[in-house]
Design a protein around this ligand. Structure first.
Ligand SMILES: CC(C)(COP(=O)(O)OP(=O)(O)OC[C@H]1O[C@@H](n2cnc3c(N)ncnc32)[C@H](O)[C@@H]1OP(=O)(O)O)[C@@H](O)C(=O)NCCC(=O)NCCS
Length: 211
């Protein structure tokens, strides 16, 4: 049985969590794929990656059903950001086996990310953390993961290539909890946008979303 959960964030926004227990074929049968989606699927050979992607699209389909709208699949823009076909609602997806997630917002751009804390995040920390963030982490793997996953979620919200994780996306120091909201911001040229970054730890994975 699939373990799927939809949580209401507010009246305009919901997120869906999928614990993948199905085979690829079971997931493929469930979900609508656009022509782009079919082409994209054919280009992926790794069985687990194919399965994760199907589950993420199942999340989107569930979310659209939840808000009473048809799901016609997704298409990608020139930056690879996914958009719903036939709907102006904003979406974002992420997958890291055994989980896939998606978020939907009726009015605002959104970003979501799921990540497992691994030692690799410490090894590449100099690439994505500024001095203040580096000092705040003190090598704590869960904190490193929140910084990384949070920046990925903010990157996806903005959706355009060229954002530098270390320079352009900044997360304020925070005290670690199971879940919380952290102050953050990102800059594009001279403009800076403030973001409330939500994180949550579930089964040793970090989930971040923002809008
Ligand atoms: C795009 C990126 C955020 C994807 O994250 P990831 O951890 O590899 O994978 P996730 O499962 O979390 O997310 C994948 C989804 O992101 C979405 N995505 C890809 N590009 C996107 C973009 N420009 N905007 C929004 N969403 C995007 C896709 O829908 C993708 O899912 P799909 O392939 O099933 O359609 C990641 O590759 C990245 O960080 N790219 C920027 C490169 C960069 O500057 N890195 C700096 C490191 S210091």
């Amino acid at each position: 049985m699939p373990v799927t959960k939809i949580e209401k964030i507010n009246s305009n926004s919901f997120w869906c969590f999928w614990d993948i227990t199905e085979s690829f074929d079971q997931l493929r049968e469930k979900v609508v794929l656009s022509e782009d989606g079919v082409r994209e699927l054919e280009s992926i050979s790794h069985p687990l990656k194919k399965k994760e992607r199907m589950a993420a699209r199942c999340c989107l389909q569930e979310l659209m059903q939840h808000v009473g709208k048809p799901y016609l699949g997704i298409t990608k823009d020139e930056h690879d950001k996914p958009h719903l076909i036939g709907s102006s609602y904003h979406i974002s997806i992420s997958h890291s086996f055994p989980y896939a997630v998606a978020i939907l917002h009726k009015k605002l751009k959104v970003g979501i990310d799921v990540e497992k804390p691994t030692k690799k995040l410490g090894k590449i920390a100099h690439r994505y953390l500024n001095e203040e963030e580096f000092a705040d982490c003190k090598g704590d793997l869960r904190k490193l993961c929140i910084y990384w996953s949070g920046k990925e979620a903010i990157f996806k919200l903005n959706g355009k290539m060229g954002l530098n994780f270390k320079r352009d996306i900044r997360i304020a120091p925070f005290t670690l909890h199971k879940q919380d909201v952290i102050r953050s911001e990102f800059s594009v040229g001279n403009a800076t946008a403030r973001i409330a970054l939500n994180y949550k730890e579930i089964n040793s994975h970090i989930f971040c979303y923002c809008f």
